[in-house]
Design a protein around this ligand. Structure first.
Ligand SMILES: [Cu+2]
Length: 161
Protein backbone atom coordinates (compact mmCIF):
# COMPACT_ATOMS: atom_id res chain seq x y z
CA UNK A 1 0.00 0.00 0.00
CA UNK A 2 1.33 3.44 -0.84
CA UNK A 3 0.46 6.65 0.91
CA UNK A 4 -0.14 9.44 -1.52
CA UNK A 5 0.49 12.97 -0.47
CA UNK A 6 -0.83 15.46 -2.93
CA UNK A 7 0.54 18.88 -3.71
CA UNK A 8 -2.11 20.65 -1.68
CA UNK A 9 -1.22 18.72 1.45
CA UNK A 10 2.46 19.52 0.93
CA UNK A 11 1.69 23.20 0.57
CA UNK A 12 -0.38 23.19 3.75
CA UNK A 13 2.44 21.52 5.63
CA UNK A 14 4.87 24.11 4.33
CA UNK A 15 2.58 26.97 5.29
CA UNK A 16 2.21 25.59 8.80
CA UNK A 17 5.99 25.56 9.19
CA UNK A 18 6.28 29.16 8.01
CA UNK A 19 3.66 30.32 10.47
CA UNK A 20 5.12 28.37 13.37
CA UNK A 21 8.68 29.57 12.99
CA UNK A 22 8.44 33.11 14.42
CA UNK A 23 6.87 31.95 17.66
CA UNK A 24 9.79 29.55 18.14
CA UNK A 25 12.36 32.23 17.44
CA UNK A 26 10.98 35.17 19.37
CA UNK A 27 11.28 35.41 23.07
CA UNK A 28 10.83 37.80 25.95
CA UNK A 29 13.93 38.69 27.91
CA UNK A 30 13.83 40.30 31.35
CA UNK A 31 16.03 43.13 32.54
CA UNK A 32 15.57 43.94 36.23
CA UNK A 33 15.54 47.45 37.67
CA UNK A 34 17.16 47.17 41.10
CA UNK A 35 18.26 49.28 44.06
CA UNK A 36 20.99 46.77 44.86
CA UNK A 37 22.66 43.94 43.02
CA UNK A 38 21.87 40.76 45.00
CA UNK A 39 25.21 39.33 43.81
CA UNK A 40 27.26 42.41 44.71
CA UNK A 41 25.78 44.68 47.35
CA UNK A 42 28.20 47.48 46.49
CA UNK A 43 26.49 47.95 43.15
CA UNK A 44 23.48 50.19 43.63
CA UNK A 45 20.86 51.50 41.24
CA UNK A 46 21.41 49.12 38.39
CA UNK A 47 19.88 47.39 35.43
CA UNK A 48 20.61 43.68 35.53
CA UNK A 49 22.05 42.43 33.29
CA UNK A 50 24.03 45.48 32.29
CA UNK A 51 24.49 44.18 28.74
CA UNK A 52 21.80 42.07 27.09
CA UNK A 53 22.12 40.43 23.67
CA UNK A 54 18.84 39.67 21.87
CA UNK A 55 17.60 38.65 18.43
CA UNK A 56 15.53 40.86 16.11
CA UNK A 57 11.87 40.65 17.09
CA UNK A 58 12.60 39.78 20.69
CA UNK A 59 10.77 41.67 23.41
CA UNK A 60 12.74 43.13 26.28
CA UNK A 61 10.75 43.42 29.51
CA UNK A 62 12.05 45.87 32.08
CA UNK A 63 10.88 44.55 35.41
CA UNK A 64 10.26 47.04 38.22
CA UNK A 65 11.64 44.81 41.00
CA UNK A 66 12.46 47.84 43.16
CA UNK A 67 10.37 50.98 42.87
CA UNK A 68 11.55 54.38 41.70
CA UNK A 69 13.14 53.40 38.39
CA UNK A 70 12.28 53.65 34.72
CA UNK A 71 13.94 53.09 31.35
CA UNK A 72 14.56 55.67 28.66
CA UNK A 73 16.53 55.32 25.44
CA UNK A 74 19.58 57.60 25.27
CA UNK A 75 19.76 60.21 22.50
CA UNK A 76 22.27 59.17 19.83
CA UNK A 77 22.48 55.60 21.08
CA UNK A 78 19.85 53.93 18.91
CA UNK A 79 20.21 52.41 15.43
CA UNK A 80 18.65 54.34 12.52
CA UNK A 81 14.97 53.49 12.24
CA UNK A 82 14.61 52.33 15.84
CA UNK A 83 12.02 54.03 18.03
CA UNK A 84 12.85 55.93 21.19
CA UNK A 85 11.20 54.90 24.42
CA UNK A 86 10.54 56.29 27.88
CA UNK A 87 8.66 54.33 30.51
CA UNK A 88 6.76 55.41 33.61
CA UNK A 89 8.52 55.31 36.97
CA UNK A 90 7.94 52.13 39.01
CA UNK A 91 6.15 50.33 36.14
CA UNK A 92 7.10 47.26 34.17
CA UNK A 93 7.73 48.14 30.53
CA UNK A 94 8.08 46.11 27.34
CA UNK A 95 9.74 47.08 24.09
CA UNK A 96 10.03 44.89 20.99
CA UNK A 97 13.27 45.49 19.12
CA UNK A 98 13.39 44.72 15.41
CA UNK A 99 16.32 46.79 14.11
CA UNK A 100 19.78 45.22 14.67
CA UNK A 101 22.25 47.46 16.46
CA UNK A 102 23.32 48.95 19.77
CA UNK A 103 20.70 50.45 22.10
CA UNK A 104 21.80 52.58 25.03
CA UNK A 105 19.28 53.36 27.74
CA UNK A 106 19.17 54.92 31.18
CA UNK A 107 17.00 55.33 34.24
CA UNK A 108 15.85 58.95 34.08
CA UNK A 109 16.04 59.75 37.85
CA UNK A 110 19.34 57.86 38.36
CA UNK A 111 21.26 58.85 35.24
CA UNK A 112 23.80 60.80 37.28
CA UNK A 113 24.43 57.70 39.43
CA UNK A 114 25.33 55.72 36.34
CA UNK A 115 22.14 53.68 36.08
CA UNK A 116 22.45 52.81 32.39
CA UNK A 117 22.48 49.71 30.24
CA UNK A 118 23.07 48.35 26.76
CA UNK A 119 21.02 46.06 24.55
CA UNK A 120 22.58 44.56 21.46
CA UNK A 121 20.18 43.33 18.78
CA UNK A 122 22.14 40.92 16.59
CA UNK A 123 21.66 40.57 12.85
CA UNK A 124 22.52 42.23 9.54
CA UNK A 125 23.74 45.79 10.04
CA UNK A 126 24.18 45.47 13.80
CA UNK A 127 27.52 47.28 13.61
CA UNK A 128 26.15 50.27 11.68
CA UNK A 129 25.65 52.39 14.81
CA UNK A 130 28.40 50.87 16.96
CA UNK A 131 30.90 53.75 16.59
CA UNK A 132 28.17 56.40 16.83
CA UNK A 133 26.74 54.94 20.04
CA UNK A 134 30.19 54.46 21.52
CA UNK A 135 31.27 58.04 20.81
CA UNK A 136 28.32 59.68 22.60
CA UNK A 137 29.68 61.72 25.50
CA UNK A 138 28.14 61.40 28.95
CA UNK A 139 28.38 63.28 32.20
CA UNK A 140 30.46 62.22 35.21
CA UNK A 141 29.54 58.85 36.69
CA UNK A 142 27.56 57.85 33.64
CA UNK A 143 30.64 58.08 31.41
CA UNK A 144 32.53 55.77 33.78
CA UNK A 145 29.86 53.11 33.48
CA UNK A 146 29.70 53.48 29.69
CA UNK A 147 33.49 53.04 29.51
CA UNK A 148 33.08 49.78 31.45
CA UNK A 149 30.25 48.66 29.19
CA UNK A 150 32.19 49.27 25.95
CA UNK A 151 35.28 47.57 27.40
CA UNK A 152 33.16 44.55 28.20
CA UNK A 153 31.57 44.59 24.72
CA UNK A 154 35.02 44.46 23.17
CA UNK A 155 36.41 41.92 25.65
CA UNK A 156 33.54 39.54 24.97
CA UNK A 157 33.63 40.06 21.22
CA UNK A 158 30.05 41.31 21.17
CA UNK A 159 30.81 43.88 18.47
CA UNK A 160 31.43 41.27 15.81
CA UNK A 161 28.88 40.66 13.13
CU1 LIG B 1 16.78 54.16 38.67
Amino acid sequence: MTIQINRRQLMLAGAALLVARPSFAQSTIDIEMLNKDPDDKKRRMIFKPLIQVVQPGDTVRFVSVDKGHNTQSVDGMLPDGAEEWKSKISKDFEVTLTVPGFYGYKCTPHTAMGMVGLIIVQGDGMLDNYEAAKSVKHKSRMQKVWDQIWDQVDAEGLAQA
